[in-house]
Design a binder for this molecule. Structure first.
Ligand SMILES: Nc1ncnc2c1ncn2[C@@H]1O[C@H](COP(=O)(O)OS(=O)(=O)O)[C@@H](OP(=O)(O)O)[C@H]1O
Length: 393
């Protein structure tokens, strides 16, 4: 273009200084402008591309949003000496009460923390992602984090959402336990839009202990992949209690709630904080509807000590490219937990909210020991059922 301009000048048969000043900037400037424009286009393209699957989390855009947004063990379970192993067979074959936790006092005040419904976990697509996913559609989830309460389910979902091929509803839908009568169309409408190749996910930790959930999820799709984040049941129970205590500071002590009869050493298995941790019993019901290969058990402890390692297993299980790696995490000393260097749809570091990673009250070591003895046979059974020793004993 620069050449054409200069070659046209002699045609005017006039000295160049007599010619009118050129309208367009000199060629190098135009070249630079063109380059700048091209770079802007590339940047814009990359921005829109990265937003297609993730801008739902960009708070500034939400207002404009239009939609809703080891070791393998094969040994037989061996009850430890002194443990309450008499309870094992009975509990394993007992049916879990209908929506058991809903009936428990802890559930009355809501199992979900405010975080579960807060904008920290938004699920509405941004205008940009809506624009780009105009061809996208809402799908029923192909994978669900079904539990366990206080296992680390929020951390797992927030970490997974970094993956461009994962779209997840932020709040807990509680469809298969509380809202099943609303129907699958209602449930699907809660989901974010997805493009081809993207996976739709949700997490509701109470599903794991809801008797009807396995059959209901299987009726939706037998192929649904199920993820369970499990954590030492004793620590889990204390975490559960800590959450309740934060809302109702007047509740009895953990120690007194633990026992039906303390001097007789009888553990109160009707207390949901205790019952949820009998993982083997709950798992039995799931295995009646789903093959084990369709379930992934994530260690809540390793999710803290090695988040990238656990996320690697989860990505493999979901058939996703391993995109989330160590590079995505840093350890935040103040929080005392791993955090994301960049949250989904943001360039800022992101730790989970203050309801995650609470300080637990000190519990009488004797009660902790008794609980460890109580859970040991159930844990062993669980290791055997899952093929993984989670190392809680
Ligand atoms: N990265 C990171 N940051 C903060 N917290 C983390 C993280 N990874 C796992 N955890 C643990 O997650 C526990 C809460 O579990 P859930 O998210 O499943 O709780 S809930 O059932 O949804 O209420 C929470 O339990 P508490 O420590 O008892 O608060 C944490 O220990």
């Amino acid at each position: 273009m620069g050449q054409r301009l200069s070659s046209s000048r002699p045609c005017l048969h006039a000295p160049s200084w007599l010619l009118p000043q050129p309208q367009a900037p000199p060629p190098p400037v135009r070249r630079r402008l063109a380059l700048l424009f091209a770079m802007l286009c590339v940047w814009l393209y990359m921005f829109l591309y990265s937003c297609a699957g993730s801008c739902a989390a960009a708070p500034g855009l939400l207002l404009l949003g239009s939609g809703s947004g080891s070791r393998a063990v094969h040994d037989p379970p061996a009850p430890a000496p002194g443990s309450d192993h008499r309870a094992l067979p009975k509990l394993l074959f007992q049916t879990v009460p209908t929506t058991p936790l809903a009936a428990a006092p802890e559930r009355a005040e809501g199992a979900t923390s405010p975080e579960e419904q807060s904008p920290e976990a938004p699920d509405s697509p941004s205008p940009i992602s809506s624009f780009l996913s105009g061809s996208g559609s809402k799908q029923l989830p192909q994978a669900i984090i079904i539990g366990v309460k206080k296992g680390g389910t929020r951390a797992l979902l927030e970490f997974l959402r970094v993956h461009p091929d994962v779209r997840a509803v932020g709040a807990e839908p509680h469809f298969f336990d509380r809202s099943y009568d609303k129907g699958l169309a209602w449930y699907r409408d809660l989901m974010p839009r997805t493009l081809d190749g993207q996976i739709t996910m949700e997490k509701t930790p109470s599903y794991f202990v809801t008797r009807e959930a396995p059959a209901r999820i299987s009726a939706m799709s037998k192929d649904t992949k199920l993820i369970v984040v499990v954590r030492d049941p004793v620590t889990r129970a204390i975490s559960d209690y800590t959450q309740t205590l934060s809302k109702r500071p007047d509740i009895p002590t953990f120690e007194s709630l633990t026992f039906r009869n303390r001097s007789a050493g009888l553990i109160d298995t009707s207390w949901s904080a205790i019952q949820i941790g009998i993982y083997a019993k709950h798992l039995e019901l799931w295995l009646r509807h789903f093959p084990r290969r369709q379930m992934l058990f994530v260690s809540g402890e390793r999710l803290i000590s090695d988040p990238a390692g656990e996320l690697g297993r989860v990505q493999d299980f979901l058939g996703l490219k391993r995109i989330i790696t160590d590079k995505h995490f840093y350890f935040n000393k103040t929080k005392g937990f791993p955090c994301l260097k960049k949250a989904e749809g943001s360039s800022k570091p992101h730790c989970l909210g203050k309801t995650k990673g609470r300080t637990h009250p000190d519990i009488d070591p004797d009660v902790v020991r008794r609980l460890r003895d109580f859970y040991r046979p159930f844990n062993r059974k669980f290791y055997q059922m899952t093929g993984h020793d989670f190392g809680w004993d």
